[in-house]
Every structure is written in structure tokens, then in C-alpha cells.
Design a protein around this ligand. Structure first.
Ligand code: SF4
Length: 703
């Protein structure tokens, strides 16, 4: 039986989930969202995936936080408190807004008085808007003179940003993903767009159908390989071996672009010398791809008129992840496959605003627009604008902050919309850090696993309840609009930031989101010519734009790069093995990631009825051959263990998972995968090695 829906109103907005940035039309009836459809946005042309279309009712979940909460004096700070099935009202008591905000500010001030900026840290979020990201980093920097402010880009693409900034002077994509439609050759490496960027996957399939040669490279099989000319399933952790072998072929066979290199690129001779030892024959046994295939793919990429590379966290979540990206950059630079339609470098961004939050300065090393906190001239600009002396040292990153807490350094933290008690590696360590804090303020829409550790909880706004801008993976700045009212006493995030700032005597007087956007923009040359008024008028504008009335530049770096001398720089790489290799005690490679139906730590999608019905329980996936060899049965409970912990969950057969590997999504709070992951960091991007650690699996012990 089909039931017609007659909404009271429809609101034009943007999807709250992945970095694709699909524009949506949200239908509202009696103050609730009843339907979401795609709009004709530049990134989606009316398309939506299952998350965007069906993942909306988390907004009206009965689990929403509706009143400020303060931890009871006698409530223990147990590191697994939410896993122990506690009743939240035994742990927290409801409070008035004034009491909660006063308590939140006082705790932060106490730690600041004791230790200065070194005692304070803040985790903002790539789920929040640009304006929220800007205000959050401003609060930590201006209010506490600290650069210990970071967010989850540290856990996804920090290494991509590090390598891109070093190589081409810009941390964003050089071309939108629709550029694949103009390409002759499309490489997708370490990414699973059908699961994690589903609308992008539709364009990749379209590109393949119209004749682009599609190359998918991943340690796991994936559905997109059905559309590909080459599907390379390489051994996990061997990206540099495989990519250096391709660089070797391109150079030894003279397939590089001499003119382009002479005009635009430094470091070619050093690369040539370095990759001379990485012959396809030598690297084939290392990466598991035969030498002829390595040659074929290298020739295809280099010889095609227009080639483009997409990558995801399979590239960026390793201890050698910056090196992985350096190899991809080198491939594009020596072939001149950058700066023209159908060419470029595109790290597929994970969360809806991970690009924008990074651009807005939610990073410990840089102010908005990636301007160094260590540069005295830049710092002086912000000190003038904000009226306070600012920290001249770069701050600590996400995992470093957790380590510093345990080392008796940082003692207070403000978390807005992040969930480190699910997203950080080695959860025993991360949760111990959260319980060690003297003062933790959490601003969120749900009682997340992190919020259970808080001293003060501030109920905040869901995406569908607020106004704000979001920057997608294509550098398109788009407006998200309020569709439904805030529940109970929950408040807009920017208002809460301003309330706290004024309790720190910062004297903020913003009248609303447009004013915050314009202040942020005044510090961001990248947003020149993209006023709030223009966004209201045009709906979407790609940055950078050259004038108020011309479209933004989708393809970048045709003439030069935004480096000091305008030239790009190649950094040759060596083989660095994963930090923890399988052995006789832990014979499997465990890799973690996302699934189509659930998004990141699951705080939103696990509370979306349709999505949770599709994937309701934690699973570990294993190749059927390995299941048979181990004598397991499908659907049985198994325990997966690493050197950091063990969790019990359901066994699933999956032919996509290579023999010898285990795959686990990290969205299930009942069995958090990150109790198992390795916190070892890439030395440049400071990103943990989520994609590789040694594990073992056994039948679960009966209760
Ligand atoms: Fe939302 Fe991403 Fe799906 Fe588009 S592809 S509907 S942005 S989750």
C-alpha cells in the first residue's frame, strides 16, 4: 500500500553525511522530516545514496539530548562506563543552562590557570559547519593561547594534506570528481566509493561506460572492479612498492613529460635515481601484482591523454601514508596529468565538512587557510584581529593529545561533535585518557561514548536544525539550512560557543551565522569573491573564485602551483613496512573501515531506523576459504584479538576480503573495532595505522 506524503514545507539543504556534498530537498510535516530527495546540485544532479535518502530520522530520535547534564559528584569515571549498561541519570543530573555553562567554563579556566595553554585541548568536528569550525578553533586559540585544537581529519586525510601541501602547495583536490567523465584513464586506489562515496561511484561507472579506462587498486576486491579494465588486489601495506614500480616503468620507458617537468617540477632527478631500484620484477613479489600488470597499468596511466587519480583512506591510514600520497603526486607531476580537464589529484574526503573544517583552521599547525601558526607575520594578523597573544608553537594532534593527557600534561578538554571514545585507535589507551582528564566538556546531540566520560554535557544542534556552510570534497561551498526546530532545551552550536567565549571574557557579539561566515572569510583569501550574499543567491560556489560574478575554478594549477616559486616538488620515497606485521601468534591482517549503511562512529546512522535495520549488528568479515580452513560456521560468535585488546562479534563470509585478512567496520559501539587498532603514527601526517595490524580470531567463549 503506497501512502502519499503531503509535507507542510520543503527546505533546500545539503546531505549531512559524506564528503560528496549532495544537495537535498527535505520535506517536513508537523515539525518532523518525512522525506529527503536529491536536488540538482553540482555534485549529485538529483542523485542520493541510501544514507542521504533514508538516514534522516536520527534527528527525531528519542535518544536526543534535550537538557544540559552535569556529572554527579559520586559518579565513577570508569573508562568503559557506557559498556557497563549504566543508567545515564545515575551518572549525570540535569542542570540549567547557566549552571552547565558556568561549570563548563570554570573547569577550563581552572586548568588554564594551573598550566596555561599547555593544559587545554579541543576536538572540533568535520560534521559541523565551517562557521562552527572557525569559532571552535578561535575559542581555543584566543581564549587559552593554545594550538592544541584538532579534529577527525587527523584520522582520515591528514597525510594527504601533508603530502599535497609539501608537493603542490595546496591541501585540497585539484579537480572535482566529475572530471572523471573527461578522463581517458581513471585510477582509484585505497578507496571504496560504492560504500563510502556512493554518488561519486555512479560517476565513475558512468565514466567507464563512456570509454574511460578504469583501474581499481585495493587490498580487497570491490564491486566497482566489475566496471574496471584493471582490478589490482595488492598485498595490504605495500602501496609504495607498487607505486614506485609504476614510477620506475614510466621513467625507464620514457613515458614522462619532459617539457612539463622542466617548466613546473623540481626533484625529478632524485626520483629517477630512487625508483631505479624498484623494478616491476623486484616489486611484484612484494606487492603481489605481477610485473606485466604493473607495466600495463603504468603505461596506461602515463600514455593516456588525460588521467586522474582518486584515493581514500586505504592510502592515508598507514604509518607510510604520506609516502603513499607522495608517490601519487609524483605520478601526476612527471606525466603532466594535472591542471587540465580530465586530469588531477583527488583525495576523496570522508565527512561532509572535512575539507571546510580543515580550511577553517581546525588544525594544530595552522590558522584558517593553512597559514602557519609559527609565522610571526601571520600570527600578528590574528593577534590584531582577536586582541590576544597567541601560541607561537604548533599544537598537539589527536593521538598526541591523548598521550599528553596520560603523561600528566593536558588536563582539560572541550569536545564539540567528535567521538574519540569510538574513533581513536587503541581505545583502552584513549578511554583511559578521557577518564584521566580533570575536566571534560562534551557538546553533542547524543550521549555518545565520549559524552559518558564528560563532566558537563551541552545538548546541541543536529545538521537539520541549523544554518551553516559546508565545503565538500570538490571545494564546493554550500549552505545547509534549518528544516526542523531544536528539541527540548538544545541550542545551536555557535550560540554555545559564544556563551562559553563570553564566560572567558572574550566579548563575542555575533548576531548569527552570516556574520561569523564573513569574519571567517576575512581571514581566508581562498573565499575571496564568495560572500554570504552570493552563497544565498547561487546556492553553491567552488573556491577559489576570481570575481564576484564568475564561477569558481574547478580545475586548479594549469599554469603554476601556490608554492613560493610556483613550482611543484617531488619527494622520493622508500619502503616503510607496517608498524606491526602478522606472526605466528597474530597471523591475520586486521583492517578497519566503513560500510555503506553506517557512517563513521555510527552516532547518527545507528539511530536511523532504516539504516540500522539493514546493518544492525557488529560483524567481522573473512574470506570463505579462511572460514572453512579454521572450521568456523557462518554467523557464529567469534573473538578477534590484537596486542591491544579483544572484542566479540558475529562472523560474516565475504569474498571481497582477501585470504589472510579480517575486515571490521568501526561504527558499532557494542564491539568497538578501535579497541584493537594500532596507534602508531605516520611521522608527517600524524595519522594512526587503522588499515593494518596483526590479529587472531577464535570462537567466542560461551558466557
Ligand atoms: Fe549523502 Fe554522500 Fe550519499 Fe551523497 S553520497 S547522499 S552526500 S552520504
Amino acid at each position: 500500500k503506497v501512502r502519499a506524503v503531503y509535507p507542510d514545507e520543503t527546505v533546500d539543504s545539503v546531505c549531512p553525511f559524506c564528503g560528496v556534498g549532495c544537495l537535498t530537498k527535505v520535506s517536513v510535516k508537523s515539525g518532523k522530516i518525512v522525506q529527503v530527495e536529491g536536488r540538482d546540485g553540482p555534485a549529485n544532479e538529483n542523485r542520493l545514496c541510501v544514507k542521504g535518502r533514508f538516514g534522516f530520522d536520527y534527528v527525531a530520535s528519542p535518544e536526543r539530548l534535550t537538557k544540559p547534564l552535569i556529572r554527579r559528584d559520586d559518579a565513577p569515571k570508569d573508562q568503559n562506563i557506557e559498556l557497563n549498561g549504566s543508567n545515564y541519570l545515575d551518572v549525570f543530573r540535569e542542570a540549567t543552562w547557566d549552571e552547565a555553562l558556568d561549570r563548563a567554563a570554570a573547569g577550563l579556566q581552572e586548568s588554564y590557570a594551573a598550566k596555561g595553554g599547555a593544559g587545554i585541548s579541543g576536538f572540533g568536528s568535520a560534521k559541523g559547519s565551517n562557521e562552527e569550525a572557525y569559532l571552535f578553533q578561535k575559542l581555543i586559540r584566543q581564549g587559552f593561547g593554545s594550538n592544541n585544537v584538532d579534529h577527525c581529519t587527523r584520522l582520515c586525510h591528514a597525510s594527504s594534506v601533508a603530502a599535497l601541501m609539501e608537493g603542490i602547495g595546496s591541501g585540497a583536490v585539484t579537480a572535482p570528481f566529475r572530471a572523471a567523465l573527461d578522463a581517458d584513464c581513471v585510477i582509484v586506489i585505497g578507496a571504496r566509493p560504492e560504500q563510502n562515496h556512493p554518488v561519486t561511484a555512479t560517476y565513475l561507472k558512468q565514466a567507464a561506460k563512456k570509454g574511460s579506462k578504469l583501474v581499481i587498486m585495493d587490498p580487497r576486491h570491490q564491486g566497482l572492479m566489475r566496471h574496471a579494465d584493471h582490478g589490482l588486489i595488492f598485498k595490504p601495506g605495500t602501496d609504495v612498492a607498487m607505486l614506485n614500480a609504476m614510477l620506475n616503468v614510466i621513467i625507464t620507458e620514457g613515458l614522462y613529460d619532459r617539457q612539463y617537468i622542466a617548466a613546473h617540477v623540481d626533484g625529478f632527478e632524485a626520483l629517477k635515481e630512487k625508483v631505479s631500484e624498484f623494478t616491476p620484477e623486484a616489486m611484484a613479489p612484494v606487492c603481489g601484482i605481477d610485473a606485466q600488470t604493473l607495466r600495463d597499468v603504468a603505461r596506461l596511466y602515463a600514455s593516456s591523454g588525460k588521467s586522474i587519480i582518486f584515493w581514500g583512506m586505504g592510502i592515508s591510514q598507514h604509518v607510510h601514508s604520506t609516502d603513499n600520497v607522495r608517490c601519487l603526486i609524483a605520478m601526476a607531476l612527471i606525466t603532466g596529468h594535472i591542471g587540465r580537464p580530465g586530469t588531477g589529484l583527488h583525495p576523496l574526503r570522508g565527512q561532509n565538512n572535512v575539507q571546510g573544517a580543515s580550511d577553517a583552521g581546525l588544525i594544530p599547525m595552522v590558522f584558517p587557510d593553512y597559514r602557519s601558526v609559527e609565522d610571526p607575520n601571520i600570527r600578528a594578523e590574528f593577534e590584531d584581529a582577536w586582541g590576544r597573544t597567541l601560541d607561537p608553537q604548533r599544537g598537539l594532534t589527536v593521538v598526541e593529545i591523548m598521550d599528553d593527557i596520560i603523561a600528566d600534561g593536558i588536563e582539560a578538554m572541550y569536545v564539540m561533535g567528535e567521538n574519540p571514545a569510538m574513533s581513536d585507535p587503541d581505545q583502552h589507551h584513549a578511554r583511559k585518557a578521557l577518564t584521566t582528564l580533570k575536566h571534560l566538556v562534551v557538546q553533542d546531540i547524543f550521549l555518545t561514548e565520549t559524552a559518558w566520560h564528560a563532566d558537563v554535557i551541552l545538548p546541541a544542534s543536529a545538521h537539520a536544525e541549523k544554518l551553516g556552510t559546508y565545503t565538500n570534497t570538490n571545494r564546493q561551498v554550500q549552505i545547509g539550512r534549518p528544516c526542523v526546530p531544536l528539541p527540548g532545551e538544545a541550542r545551536a552550536d555557535w550560540e554555545l560557543l559564544m556563551e562559553l567565549a563570553n564566560r572567558l571574557d572574550l566579548d563575542w557579539t555575533y548576531s548569527g551565522v552570516p556574520e561569523i561566515y564573513e569574519e571567517m572569510r576575512s581571514h581566508m583569501p581562498s573565499l575571496a569573491h564568495i560572500s554570504w550574499e552570493r552563497l544565498e543567491r547561487d546556492g553553491t560556489v567552488t573556491y577559489p573564485a576570481d570575481a564576484d560574478d564568475t564561477p569558481g575554478n574547478e580545475i586548479l594549477f594549469g599554469d603554476s602551483f601556490p608554492t613560493e616559486d610556483g613550482r611543484a616538488r617531488i619527494v622520493p620515497t622508500d619502503l616503510v613496512p607496517p608498524a606491526e606485521l602478522p606472526d605466528s601468534d597474530f597471523p591475520f591482517v586486521l583492517t578497519t573501515g566503513r560500510m555503506l549503511e553506517h557512517w563513521h562512529t555510527g552516532a547518527m546512522t545507528r539511530r536511523a531506523t532504516v539504516l540500522d535495520a539493514l546493518e544492525p549488528e557488529p560483524v567481522v568479515s573473512m574470506h570463505p576459504k579462511d572460514i572453512r580452513a579454521a572450521g568456523f560456521t557462518l554467523g557464529q560468535q567469534v573473538t578477534v584479538e590484537t596486542r591491544r585488546g579483544a572484542i566479540t562479534l558475529t562472523l560474516r563470509a565475504d569474498r571481497d576480503v582477501s585470504s589472510g585478512m579480517l575486515f571490521m567496520p568501526f561504527c558499532f559501539s557494542e564491539a568497538p573495532a578501535n579497541f584493537l587498532t594500532n596507534p602508531q603514527l605516520d611521522p608527517y601526517g600524524k595519522i594512526p595505522e587503522f588499515k593494518f595490524c596483526a590479529a587472531r580470531i577464535a570462537p567466542a567463549m560461551a558466557e
